[in-house]
Design a protein around this ligand. Structure first.
Ligand SMILES: [Zn+2]
Length: 52
């Protein structure tokens, strides 16, 4: 699955890992993350992420 990188801080969202600390299960595609999810490192919203 496609990884996405935060444009602000460089955090990479890997769908294989998800973001379990913030309620996103492993195996969740970036497009399926809830719209209110924010970058766990710097707090920007999904619109500030780009495909890696
Ligand atoms: Zn970030």
């Amino acid at each position: 699955m496609q990884k996405y990188e935060c444009d602000i801080c460089g955090y990479v969202y890997d769908p294989e890992l998800g973001d379990p600390d913030n309620g996103v299960a492993a195996g969740t595609a970036f497009a399926d993350i809830p719209e209110d999810w924010v970058c766990p490192e710097c707090g920007v919203d999904k619109s500030s992420f780009s495909e890696v």
